[in-house]
Ligand binder design. Sequence first.
Ligand code: F6R
Length: 610
Amino acid sequence: MCGIVGYVGKEDSAPILIDGLRRLEYRGYDSAGLAVHDGERIQVVRAVGKLRELEKAVGAAPLPGSLGIGHTRWATHGRPSEINAHPHVAGKVAVIHNGIIENHMPLRERLEKGGSEIVSDTDTEIVAHLIDEQLRKGGDLLASVRGALAQVEGAYAIAVTSQDEPDRLVVAKSASPLVLGLGEGENFCGSDIPALLPYTKRVIVLEDGQLAVLTRETVEISTLEGAPVEAEVRTIDWSPMMAEKAGYKHFMLKEIFEQPRAIEDTLRGRLDREHGDITGAELGLADEHVPGIERVYLVACGTSHHAAMAGRYYFESLTGLPTSVELASELRARDPVIGPGDLVIAISQSGETLDTLMAAKLAKEKGARVLAIANVMGSAIPRMADGELYTRAGPEIGVASTKCFTAQLAALLMLAVYLGRRRGRLSPERTAELVEAMARLSHQMRDVLQGTRQLVMNLARRHVDARDVLFLGRGLNFPIALEGALKLKEISYVHAEGYASGEMKHGPIALIDSAVPVVVLVPQDECRDKSMGNLQEAKARGGRIIAIATESDDEVHQLSDDVVEIPAAGSELTPFLTVLPLQLYAYYVADFKGTDVDQPRNLAKTVTVE
Ligand code: F6R
């Protein structure tokens, strides 16, 4: 998730672009850059770090010109560095990009064989070279962008400027957002409305498969195939703060609703639906490592530890490998028996959590292979690891982790399927079935978010004064019960406990009375019938039962006070769906209580102390 802006008008473009990037910095902030056309040539300035570094660089080497493009990066391919920062230049074109080009590897090989000098590790530079290749064949910029995009698979929002066309910006979109802003004698583009709001309230939201040519006076939209498009112009009345959160009240709510996109991006280019398999690309593990793995350790803290607990179910059942889950802080409090033959997977959204970093270092010293699952490219844990698998959730700003959690689940499931297939534990048919189920997941998540929001909000309103809440789950949904309780605790300060459903009768059942909402996860899976027994036990003690269940489960409806329904899905996929109403529940309870949802008391987004 990166931020892009473009400007063509009468003013100096650099300050407008930097201002737009500042409003998009929530989309990424590891490096930034500008390309400005001064009428004769394009000049590029790039800098690693936050936007102020770019501002300093532009201050030292001003960029005159009234047409330009700017980018703030959240690395997906290639670490944060000046060479990997956008814009990328090939021949006479400069390109900025938000998205993921899935077939960048074969395109890179072909271009390099043809003599292109590709200097960065990014997928974006490939697009720049493809456009340059088309320009050399004699087309104009628009035709060349079309010709290049015809070869590309994946997600993109791009903006392109060419030295030979000082008055035109060409932009295009597929699966990544792009908005055009209409001014007087000037036009704009940006990843999101906030970048444009200080300059214009009139916008066009570009659709997938559309290109636009922006000049000072005109905006012309067409399809990739060349058919003209009449687009609707909308007038936006958001305040800049609302716009940054895309109209949501808090970043946390925005991030909850971003999860389908985060899952799509995390799976992008890694699911091989044609062959019903997981591609080894960018998993941090290659086929040659598989035979050497005898045991798996999953190491993490907090929410990432809950993802690890779900990961153990995946690894044990799909790969047959003995798998342990470890709290990073506790692993180092012991003398763990780890060594060669062990694959230690360190899971961390930030990639900087000190406990997880130190545990991963310890494992490496003991001879294990360390694989990092992280969301922040180039962060400390992936840097020290032997392999890295990035979730592509984009920056998570709310302190309570939501979209990174489900992206971690997706990463773990992919890894387990990949290993399970190569270890012969999964048949080709079962592997293909899981791959297809993963490909459907984002649609199901969208349905759950839209379909349950109002009901969950009503439940939260009704139970806002509850002093204690219990969350019960079994099997893969036990870690989800823990996660539901953690979310509620950390943002609403309500006492909540997650339990394995079967464990309740060994003690916690004493807590239940009519003042305690009991959230029971009973989706249709191997554990459902046993969990129903536990639901009944809680009901018999007067607990107010909120069930999270698969749609049309009549028995659950009869026994529960309220039921939040999720669509039918294979057992492995249910945690992605059951966690969504729990996140929404925590969010709305906190919002009704009026707590600081995005920055709850006593917590920090990145914990770099032991
Ligand atoms: C809870 C939460 C924390 C983090 C934990 C680990 O919502 O966000 O529990 O999960 O601090 O952080 P990372 O994943 O960055 O290592």
